[in-house]
Design a protein around this ligand. Structure first.
Ligand code: 13P
Length: 251
């Protein structure tokens, strides 16, 4: 049975102390969340050590939002995968549309980063998703398929066991405009089909695929009821512990 996950992407929000408070508030309610639902908080780099400390002993895991594309050395301002591990992270998000759009993250770079992250022992939450123009042109299936192939086809079936995919239609991120459950489900099913073609039916069946984009307590239930939607990558609603937990209780 594949794992259900609700992950909060805090993006560039909260100070360190606010982040620690938020993490503690999530931990305080985490026991309400069923054992088969994983909880992850993706905090800014500056917060990771303190947030990892705040969640210690609970079921909440800590993720970074990005990592460097080099192992170490003269790359001013970058944060390497072994630093993330040493800070207490067990995951990193990679390929978020905001990084693709504003920081020139390419599929080629994502192959390098995913390789480094897996080799360091981190799990990877790889984000894919079409933008509005692509959706309106009817290219959404092709775009997502290509993103999945370009990155994940460089990895093995075994490595897929440590990779989670997050489908985040760019037009639904932070816009209040959620994909309908049907729109999300048909892309998730398509991703699973792409995985089956490359890695076999079992890997496709076992891979956790999250939905992200204006997911909130009021719509999580309908989204999570779809057979290929295994949870969510939550932005805005993850900044309120009660909303985040409410979403995690929506399976
Ligand atoms: P929102 O939930 O704020 O739309 O953000 C989604 C997202 O980008 C999570 O990574």
């Amino acid at each position: 049975m594949r794992k259900k996950i609700v992950a909060g992407n805090w993006k560039m929000n909260t100070t360190v102390s606010e982040g620690v408070e938020l993490a503690k508030a999530v931990v305080a309610r985490s026991a309400e969340v069923p054992a088969n639902v994983g909880l992850i908080v993706a905090a800014p780099f500056t917060h990771l050590v303190c947030v990892a400390d705040a969640v210690k002993g609970s079921k909440v895991e800590v993720s970074a939002q990005n990592c460097a594309d080099h192992e170490k050395g003269a790359y001013t301002g970058e944060v390497a995968v072994n630093m993330l591990v040493s800070a207490g992270c067990t995951w990193t998000i990679l390929g978020h549309s905001e990084r693709r759009q504003y920081y020139g993250e390419t599929d080629e770079k994502l192959v390098v980063k995913t390789r480094l992250a897996l080799d360091a022992g981190l799990g990877v939450i790889l984000c894919v998703g079409e933008n509005l123009e692509q959706r309106e042109a009817g290219e959404h299936f092709a775009v997502v398929k290509e993103q999945v192939e370009n990155v994940l086809f460089h990895f093995t079936a075994e490595e897929m066991g440590r990779i989670v995919i997050a489908y985040e239609p760019v037009w639904a991120i932070g816009t209040g405009k959620t994909a309908t459950a049907e729109q999300a489900e048909e892309i998730h099913a398509c991703i699973r089909q792409v995985l089956a073609g490359k890695f076999g039916a079992q890997v496709a069946e076992d891979t956790t695929i999250l939905y992200g984009g204006s997911c909130k307590p009021s719509n999580a239930k309908e989204l999570f009821a779809q057979k290929d939607i295994d949870g969510g990558l939550i932005g805005g609603a993850a900044l309120k512990a009660d909303d985040f937990i409410q979403i995690a209780l929506s399976f």
